[in-house]
Design a binder for this molecule. Structure first.
Ligand code: GDP
Ligand code: MG
Length: 441
């Protein structure tokens, strides 16, 4: 898998400063392959990789992730962004009924989807009416009726006298029927062809003009692969649409079509259909699709975890430094900020080695005390923070003024810092301070 290849490529790399060009290139090569394997259209892949490289170049090297993971994280974010970020919802008409028209090639899953969408809307308290406007295929009307019955949704089908053979008239009648019978959503199932053709497009455009839908959804088979872009573009030019529905995601297609279509048309994928059962239907989730396209949900989870544990690692490192006596005021400040981030002050400080004996003080520790300590340390120069021994009387006066505290406050902070550090150094040399036999006592 891509995950394996990437971790192989970057086993021991951990950079400094910006991400290196070599890191970016090597990762981009693997991502490019993954996208092509997922059937993303080549021009889309090229554009996409260029955008990712551009962004990666400006990026600082993360402390939590190795360069490959970091590029993958960028790739994932860009993918999710193109696929629509947050899921777009259907817009309902101010005055019902809301008219939803389905368009797409024959076999893309429109009729199945019509019933799935109707059931989904019904479960949300809507009262949908299905309209059978595919009069091309002999069995199409019957297929919708069967599906509608399974969904428990009324189907409006052409009857002698109300426009047999005329899908535009059926659509118009269907909307009128919904208004009469107080259905608040109308879903119009239309005809498709195996390939794109002009007559089909004209028919769909005529239906569109007759009923002015609130939403036109382009239904597309996820297995269509490389051809998705051409089909999507033809329907965009011929009929136009507001959103895309991806079907047959239960197959083993990785769904690169979603990315190609979203990137080329700028239209959001709104729903995903994944099976022949009426309930195999959901809002489209860009993040899930992104990890499917990349085929590395495991790596993405790993990245998330690495970033989470990084904060904990930072705290542990500071504790280790403390024991080695290399602990500086910068570390002290960083720790304060971490502590604040993690919420529970007493708990955190109590976990640090040697801090247990201060527990009583810590229990009474005031959150605002952190603000005061922070203000004082931030008023110090980098040199002072790294080497607190140099903080003499005149420096203390300057620091106090800068922090808006008294010199006594600064003295107290510095004294406390030295006390803690001294104790840590003693511990680091072996044994608890004050215990017989402890070296250094
Ligand atoms: P239409 O020609 O666009 O109306 O497509 P249909 O709704 O008739 O679907 C064509 C075929 O695909 C049918 O056999 C459906 O059962 C099947 N189908 C539709 N959606 C899905 C899906 O999400 N997953 C799977 N596996 N099959 C589907
Ligand atoms: Mg159909």
């Amino acid at each position: 898998t891509l995950s394996d290849r990437l971790s192989e490529t970057f086993k021991a790399l951990r950079g400094k400063g910006r991400l290196s060009e070599a890191d970016i290139d090597a990762t981009a090569r693997e991502i490019r392959l993954a996208l092509l394997e997922a059937d993303v259209a080549l021009p889309v892949v090229k554009d996409f990789i260029a955008a990712v490289k551009e962004r990666a170049r400006g990026e600082e090297v993360s402390q939590a992730l190795n360069p490959a993971q970091q590029v993958v994280k960028i790739v994932n974010e860009e993918l999710v962004g193109i696929l629509g970020g947050e899921t777009r919802r259907l817009t309902f008409a101010k005055t019902p009924p809301t008219v939803i028209m389905l368009a797409g090639l024959q076999g893309s899953g429109k009729t199945t989807l019509a019933a799935k969408l109707a059931l989904w809307l019904k479960d949300q308290g809507k009262s949908p009416l299905l309209v059978a406007a595919d009069l091309q295929r002999p069995n199409a009307v019957n297929q919708l009726q069967v599906n509608g019955e399974r969904a428990g949704v009324t189907v409006f089908a052409p009857q002698p006298g109300n426009g047999v053979g005329d899908p535009v008239a059926v659509s118009r009648e269907g909307v009128a029927e919904a208004r009469r019978t107080l259905h608040d959503v109308v879903i119009i199932d239309t005809a498709g062809r195996l390939g794109i053709d002009e007559e089909l497009m004209r028919q769909a455009a005529d239906i569109r003009d007759a009923v002015t839908p609130d939403e036109i959804l382009f239904v597309v088979d996820a297995m269509i692969g490389q051809d998705a872009v051409n089909t999507a573009q033809a329907f965009l030019d011929g009929v136009g649409y507001d959103g895309v529905v991806l079907t047959k995601l239960d197959g083993d297609a990785r769904g690169g079509a979603a990315l190609s279509i979203a990137k080329m048309t700028g239209k959001p994928v709104m729903f995903a259909s994944a099976g022949e059962k009426l309930t195999d239907f959901d809002l489209f989730h860009p993040d899930r699709m992104a990890s499917r396209i990349l085929d590395m949900g495991d790596l993405l989870t790993l990245i998330e975890q690495a970033e989470k544990t990084f904060d904990a690692e930072q705290a542990a490192k500071a504790a280790a430094k403390l024991q080695e006596g290399e602990f500086t005021l910068d570390d002290f400040l960083e720790q304060m900020q971490q502590v604040r981030k993690m919420g529970s002050l007493t708990k955190m400080l109590g976990m640090l080695p040697g801090m247990g004996q201060f527990r009583d003080q810590l229990e009474n520790f005031d959150e605002r005390e952190i603000d005061r300590i922070q203000a004082i340390i931030q008023s110090m120069t980098p040199a002072e923070r790294a080497n607190p021994k140099m903080i003499d009387g005149s420096r203390r006066a300057r620091i106090a003024k800068g922090a808006g505290r008294t010199v006594a406050d600064v003295n107290q902070l510095v004294d406390r810092f030295f006390e803690a550090r001294k104790m840590m150094q003693q511990m680091a040399r072996g044994g608890m301070p004050g215990l017989p036999g402890s070296p250094g006592m």
